[in-house]
Design a protein around this ligand. Structure first.
Ligand SMILES: C[S@@+](CC[C@H](N)C(=O)[O-])C[C@H]1O[C@@H](n2cnc3c(N)ncnc32)[C@H](O)[C@@H]1O
Length: 341
């Protein structure tokens, strides 16, 4: 039996460098798989890359006395620290040095990597980057699709030129399609085409904010008619009126109630202050106009009878490098009624 050889991961890791790069990845907005499709439990690529490398590369203490092993381990740490940097993700020089170490520790025959719970595909992607045969599976078909798009489809188009008409007409650009660059060019071209078409066909259903802001979300409340016959307001069912609790960027929806007219409207408030309590809790709902307690049994019955309504409470738009929260306006509410799915 081959004696057990300790791997680097069993002895030591440059954790500070790995943690720092893993945390940094969260703010990368361009070229990261998280921008391809949202996956809620995605592991940072830097961590996956480091763990794969350190699980395959031998710790030097297998062959060297501790003093010399430490020097050699520091050299491997240097490779690992370069390897986890986002900027080096496609640096053939850095990747090449890592691949040499993996080959050396595995007798030029590295094992294939299988991640049976691959989620967003971070582990198979990093295995592939390190030159390893990579496999993944997942119970969730969305995860399977994301992983296919990351590791299976691009590898089928390696070195191939794009096929879109614009690129084909670009004479003199042949032969410059290393890796999946040709496929990426097509994805960009046809992605833009799809976005432009969508804009043409349904763009009118997505009005901009008052200063031309691009709207990213519309926050609605379900409503039911208040049980109190003397009130009868279309009461909103809202768990929380908070829009943002971030320090320095607090924003909330403020219901402004006119008890005489039994009506209300919503405003958006920012700055210091507190959002009012929501109108729904574990016990039931409360009418925002007359404070009558309304049991869930009534709310459910109204829903089943198809008597629930909805009211727009706020609009979330993209401002200058931050979200802006806007009070609802008539255009935004009216356009939702026009859309015919
Ligand atoms: C923590 S996530 C994996 C995250 C992944 N490493 C990444 O970086 O995106 C766990 C995954 O296990 C999958 N899963 C849970 N139970 C499973 C099962 N019985 N068979 C296959 N996949 C399963 C889930 O669908 C989920 O995608």
């Amino acid at each position: 039996m081959t004696p057990h050889r300790k791997k680097l991961i069993e002895v030591a890791l440059p954790l500070d460098a790995i943690n720092k790069e893993s945390a940094r990845e969260k703010s990368i907005r361009h070229g990261h798989p998280s921008t391809l499709h949202l996956w809620w439990a995605r592991r940072p690529l830097a961590t996956c890359r480091a763990v794969l490398f350190a699980s395959l590369v031998d710790d030097p203490s297998n062959d060297l006395p501790e003093e010399e092993a430490k020097v050699e381990r520091d050299r491997l740490f240097g490779i690992l620290e370069d390897l986890v940097k986002w900027e080096n993700s496609n640096d053939e020089n850095v990747l090449g040095r890592a691949r040499v170490e993996i080959m050396r520790s595995t007798g030029n025959n590295p094992p294939p990597v299988l991640d049976p719970f691959c989620g967003g595909g971070s582990i198979p992607l990093e295995a592939q980057r390190l030159g390893l045969e990579a496999h993944g599976s997942d119970l969730n078909p969305v995860a399977v699709l994301i992983t296919k798009a990351l590791i299976e489809i691009p590898s089928k188009f390696v070195g191939q030129p794009p096929i879109n008409p614009e690129a084909r007409g670009n004479i003199g650009n042949e032969g410059n399609w290393r890796g999946a660059k040709g496929l990426a060019e097509d994805v960009r071209y046809y992605g833009k085409w799809m976005r432009d078409e969508a804009q043409k066909r349904i763009g009118h259903l997505y009005p901009k904010g008052p200063n031309g802001e691009f709207v990213i979300a519309w926050i609605w409340a379900r409503t039911v008619r208040c049980l109190n016959p003397a009130c009868g307001a279309k009461m909103p069912l809202v768990r929380s009126f908070w829009l943002s609790k971030k320090q320095g960027k607090k924003a909330w929806i403020e219901p402004v109630v006119d008890r005489e007219k039994k009506s209300f409207r919503f405003e958006v408030r920012t700055g210091e202050g507190l959002s009012p309590d929501g109108t729904v809790n574990r016990q039931g709902a409360t009418c925002i106009v007359c404070n009558t307690a309304v049991p869930f049994s009534y709310v459910r019955a109204e829903g089943k009878a198809d008597r629930m309504g909805q009211q727009l409470m706020a609009v979330v738009a993209e401002g200058q490098r931050e979200r802006v929260y806007l009070a609802p306006n008539e255009d935004h509410a009216a356009v939702a009624g026009k859309a015919k799915p």
